[in-house]
Design a protein around this ligand. Structure first.
Ligand SMILES: Nc1ncnc2c1ncn2[C@@H]1O[C@H](COP(=O)(O)OP(=O)(O)OP(=O)(O)O)[C@@H](O)[C@H]1O
Ligand SMILES: [Mg+2]
Length: 361
């Protein structure tokens, strides 16, 4: 699939913007704080209903305005889809696909598939478990509609259970209601865990070869899913921890506390890897994500590369660029250096300055 065009109105630092993309590589370059990432954010938002930065709708609307409009046109198997999105200051966003309003954001599911790659992704192994869960959740939310639903239900139950734990602290007559929440928690939680485990397994089928290539055959990388409930069934584990949960006023086991372990040979590189090793493995993870998505959707996703090239040495830049051939890619960078020019001679280059974009070729 490709994105053909993007129109923005009062989005971040863009008053009005209208862009047509090349089907291959598109480069947006310019100084810091000019609006490069904002363009990728708008695309990601129109595909997933959420900002990759986790920003609230109202904060993406241009200062001084009450509404933003984003229009993207996608082409998939020679069919065009137009996605219209209206962000509003004081009410939920409005979305339409080919002019038909949709009521639930999940109806957008499957229309467009995006892979976002930013410099922060290179720290995913060094950072804490929440970043790794976020990675897996963002990807699965695009790949599996049931997962999206199970995860939303799970998160809702965790919030409600935590609120109840606070109330029980002062009112132990509420204790008996916990059982019902715990059953639901275990029910949705188990589904979330099973789908994540499957994802890790699917990634494992790809990442070993990708990483081996990146390290000239020196390293064997594998992933494993780490459950906070260990080998115990989730419901049993939650039950076992009730007392502690009431004391702590929060839920201590479940997929919201799980992690993914990255091992090179027998070494847990989250803890013992060198920084270079962790970053290379993170690159392998993103490259494998692209490969897995291609396999599962039987199409190419659209790749959004936010300032990543400058973070990589020449070898790794080449590895990245080799593996994205035949995928529409939208790249941001601060300078179009010789390397990028040589590599992307035929495609579109845009210069971004203060909320304005000029096409250069
Ligand atoms: N709601 C908003 N309304 C107007 N302008 C905004 C809004 N939110 C952010 N901006 C402006 O957008 C600009 C940042 O845009 P963006 O993050 O796209 O920069 P960038 O070109 O990617 O920079 P860098 O190279 O540093 O990553 C800043 O100048 C900021 O003031
Ligand atoms: Mg940026």
């Amino acid at each position: 699939m490709i994105i053909k065009s993007l129109k923005l109105k009062n989005f971040r630092n863009y008053d009005l913007l209208s862009l047509d993309f090349d089907h291959a590589t598109n480069i947006f370059y310019g100084d810091n704080a000019q609006g490069k990432t904002n363009i990728l954010e708008a695309i990601y938002l129109s595909g997933t209903t959420k900002s990759h930065r986790g920003t609230k709708d109202r904060d993406m609307i241009q200062f001084g305005h009450d509404e933003s409009h984003i229009e993207t046109v996608i082409e998939k198997n020679n069919v065009e889809f137009k996605i219209d999105m209206h962000l509003k200051k004081n009410s939920p966003k409005g979305i339409a696909i080919n002019k038909m309003p949709i009521r639930k954001a999940s109806e957008l599911f499957g229309v467009i598939h995006l892979v976002f790659f930013s410099p922060e992704d290179l720290n995913i192994i060094k950072n804490g478990p929440s970043e790794r869960r976020r990675f897996i959740d963002l990807e699965l939310a695009q790949l599996d509609k049931l997962y999206l639903n199970d995860l939303a239900n799970y998160n809702r139950i965790i919030n409600q259970r935590n609120r109840l734990l606070k109330d029980i602290y002062n009112r132990d007559d509420l204790l008996s209601t916990l059982e019902i929440w715990d059953m639901q928690l275990a029910d949705y939680g188990t589904k979330v865990i099973e789908r994540r485990e499957k994802f890790v397994e699917e990634m494992n089928g790809i990442i070993e070869a990708v990483h081996s290539k990146l390290t000239d055959g020196k390293e064997h990388l594998s992933l494993s899913y780490e459950k906070s409930n260990g080998g115990t069934e989730l419901f049993e584990a939650v039950k076992k921890n009730r007392e502690r949960d009431i004391r702590m006023k929060s839920t201590s086991v479940g997929p919201h506390r799980d992690d993914i372990c990255f091992q090179v040979g027998n070494l847990d590189i989250r803890k013992f890897g060198s920084q270079g090793q962790q970053r290379t493995a993170a690159l392998s993870l993103k490259l494998s994500e692209i490969e897995l998505v291609k396999l599962l959707i039987k199409d190419t996703p659209i790749l959004l590369l936010d300032d990543v090239l400058s973070e990589l040495d020449k070898n790794r830049q080449h590895a990245l660029l080799d593996s994205i051939e035949n995928i529409q890619t939208i790249v941001t960078c601060t300078g179009v250096d010789d390397f990028v020019n040589r590599r992307f001679a035929v495609n579109k280059v845009f210069y971004v300055k203060n909320g304005h974009v000029n096409k250069e070729n």
